[in-house]
Design a protein around this ligand. Structure first.
Ligand code: 4NP
Length: 145
């Protein structure tokens, strides 16, 4: 199973979802590969925002070794599930698809809801991280079948 988490910059939200779901899947020896990418390319090669690194650490996860990547259309074949953090990400990724098979792989990470972008509000990183952790636990159960 290969899962891709997507947000705008790939430095705040998707690194949290990436690191947390990978950690949970590894604990269960599921052999899953969880990765992340951004629809924007400004931060490519950079580590996650230090506020996300700290918020993850507060919950017991280490995301500091991740490096930001830019979303590529090759990912539509590479990944089984592409989970996006907000509706702008959904629109941007859907715009790049050419087949229904690829469109079927793309879903909002939260059910019918968006993960708030914490970039401009320091106080959002801890609540966003807890929300992402909770949803990762649900996704683990949903996808392991
Ligand atoms: P992310 O947050 O999409 O959760 O990684 C953002 C990071 C950077 C920017 C915007 C959102 N930015 O404008 O640089």
């Amino acid at each position: 199973m290969k899962i891709l988490m997507v947000c705008l910059g790939n430095i705040c939200r998707s690194p949290l979802a990436h690191g947390i779901l990978q950690h949970l899947a590894d604990q269960e020896n599921l052999g899953w590969q969880v990765h992340s990418a951004g629809t924007g390319n400004w931060h490519v090669g950079n580590p996650p925002d230090r506020r996300s690194v700290l918020a993850a650490r507060n919950l017991g996860y280490d995301i500091g070794a991740q490096r930001a990547r830019h979303f590529s259309t090759s990912f539509f074949n590479e990944y089984d599930h592409i989970l996006v953090m907000d509706k702008n990400n959904l629109r941007d990724v859907l715009q790049l698809t050419e087949t229904q098979e690829h469109r079927n792989k793309i879903k909002l990470f939260l059910i019918d809801d968006e993960v708030t972008d914490p970039y401009y509000d320091n106080d959002l990183f801890d609540p966003v991280s807890r929300q992402v952790e909770q949803r990762c636990k649900e996704i683990l159960e949903e996808l392991r079948g």
